[in-house]
Design a protein around this ligand. Structure first.
Ligand code: ADP
Ligand code: MG
Length: 319
């Protein structure tokens, strides 16, 4: 549905988007995630034909955005970072205006009424846009993107500046739109997209640093390299015992959370699994192993390390 090939955008000498490629299949909801300045809006503006690329090409629904721009644009509904709203128009006037601007061919009144039903704007249809809350204004922005019933929706930070309740509402709305549209939405906050998206494309410094489902990302980067263990026994001697197990890189005592025991963080070598040996050695010393689990990293940790140049993707400090 969307094909992005070796896309580069330079502003003067500044490279805002650096040779990125990705594709989006029909029906997917993609989270385009990255910190401020990562290149999200630039990419979205190129996808929607508002900005030309320095290099590379984009195809939407089979149409090249540059050479076949009218057909490509007709396939896309776009909610820019700053929605193009006219505060002195009523919702009705504005949606009629956008309908004309887009030269939409669907039956006008019925189409606009249908959109208002979908995004729940019926109650404010006659109100001036400037008198609407931010949450409702964002709905109006999404409504204009839906005019013409485009197969692709591109939403740039649709929840920024909303309160938690409004965020949940907009998220629910996007999820329901995902049943009938292919959606790309951008955000700089992981939880905004994690709950809604099938796949995350993480961009940082103009480059794609990850392109995977949330589950794949967690699996790929968390692994089971760390274990936490709760062991009843003398701290120093237990530490010493664990350190001597083959495959253990490092042991850190995390203190005592339960009387008579200490918690330990065990860093295992790549491909090592020290659990059985740990259990056996503790048993011979009669130091009970009270708890043992893999210290999985959260998606949030993984995201933070992917966009932080001082950390490697597995969370360690880069040399
Ligand atoms: P994001 O949407 O991820 O916050 P942007 O795409 O807006 O990032 O910006 C990417 C980079 O390009 C930033 O470093 C930004 O300062 C720069 N940039 C964006 N627009 C322009 C412009 N019109 N002229 C020069 N630099 C720009
Ligand atoms: Mg932006």
């Amino acid at each position: 549905m969307i094909e992005v090939n070796n896309l580069t955008k330079r502003y003067g000498t500044h490279v805002a988007v650096d040779n990125i490629s990705f594709s989006v299949r029909e029906g997917e909801i993609i989270g385009f995630l990255g910190p401020n300045g990562a290149g999200k809006s630039t990419t979205m503006n190129i996808l929607t034909g508002y900005l030309s690329s320095t290099d590379g090409y984009v195809k939407v629904n089979g149409h090249d955005v540059l050479t076949d721009s009218n057909a490509a644009k007709a396939s896309i509904g776009y909610l820019p970072e700053i929605p193009p709203l006219y505060p002195d128009m009523t919702v009705r006037e504005y949606l009629n205006f956008m309908y004309d601007l887009k030269k939409c061919k669907l039956p006008k009144a019925a189409h606009i009424a249908e959109i208002c039903r979908i995004v729940k704007l019926e109650g404010v249809f006659g109100r001036l846009i400037k008198n609407l809350s931010k949450g409702y204004r964002q709905r109006v922005g999404i409504a204009q993107a839906l005019i013409g019933n485009p197969p692709v929706l591109i939403l740039d930070e649709p929840t920024v500046g909303l309160d938690p309740m409004q965020i949940i509402e907009i998220r629910t709305l996007i999820k329901s739109l995902g049943k009938y549209h292919t959606v790309i939405l951008s955000s700089h906050i992981l939880p905004e997209v994690e709950a809604v998206c099938d796949r995350l494309i993480i961009i940082n410094g103009g480059k794609i640093v990850a392109d995977a489902t949330p589950e794949e990302l967690t699996r790929q980067y968390s692994g089971s390299h760390h274990l936490t263990a709760r062991i009843a026994g003398p701290e120093e001697m237990v530490t010493d015992l664990i350190e001597k197990i083959r495959g253990v890189k490092k042991v850190t005592c995390l203190g005592s959370k339960e009387n008579g025991s200490f918690d330990y963080l065990i860093d295992q070598a790549e491909n090592a699994d020290v659990r059985a040996e740990l259990f056996n050695r503790l048993a011979t010393r009669k130091w009970p192993l009270l708890a043992l689990k893999t210290a999985d990293r959260t998606l949030e940790d993984i995201f933070t390390s992917l966009i932080n140049p001082n950390l490697d993707a597995k969370g360690g400090k880069r040399a």
